[in-house]
Design a protein around this ligand. Structure first.
Ligand code: ZN
Length: 117
C-alpha cells in the first residue's frame, strides 16, 4: 500500500517589494505577520569608536546598520537603523529618512569635506 503525503501547507504568497531579499512572497513562514519584506543591510563603520569584541579573540569596528522593512499589509515602508549588535533600533518613515540624509549631507558640507570638496 502506498500513501501520498499531502503537500506541505503554506500561506498564500504576498507581493514582495522590488527591493525584498526574498522576492518570493514569504509563503514558507507559519504566520502572516512573518511575511515581512526586508532589504539589504547597509553597514557604516564607526572609525573613531572603540573596537568591540565579537568572540574570544576577534575584535571589530562598531557599525551603524540600516535596512528597508515592509510588514504585510502595511502601506508604508520604513528604514530601520541601529548601532551595533544590541543597539536600539530607530524606525524612520521614508520621508524622515530622506530628511535625515539631507541633514547629514548638509552637516558634512558645512565642514568643507565630503562630496564636491
Ligand atoms: Zn518580500
Amino acid at each position: 500500500m502506498t500513501t501520498t503525503s499531502p503537500a506541505p501547507a503554506t500561506l498564500p504568497a504576498v507581493t514582495c517589494a522590488p527591493w525584498c531579499l526574498d522576492g518570493n512572497g514569504h509563503a514558507d513562514v507559519p504566520f502572516p505577520e512573518d511575511q515581512v519584506c526586508r532589504g539589504d543591510t547597509v553597514e557604516i563603520e564607526l572609525t573613531h569608536r572603540p573596537l568591540v569584541q565579537v568572540d574570544e579573540e576577534t575584535w571589530t569596528r562598531e557599525t551603524v546598520r540600516l535596512y528597508l522593512l515592509r510588514h504585510p499589509g502595511a502601506l508604508r515602508t520604513s528604514v530601520e537603523m541601529y548601532r551595533g549588535e544590541l543597539g536600539e533600533t530607530v524606525s524612520l518613515t521614508v520621508d524622515e529618512a530622506e530628511a535625515l540624509g539631507r541633514a547629514l549631507l548638509d552637516a558634512v558640507q558645512q565642514t568643507g569635506a565630503g562630496l564636491g570638496a
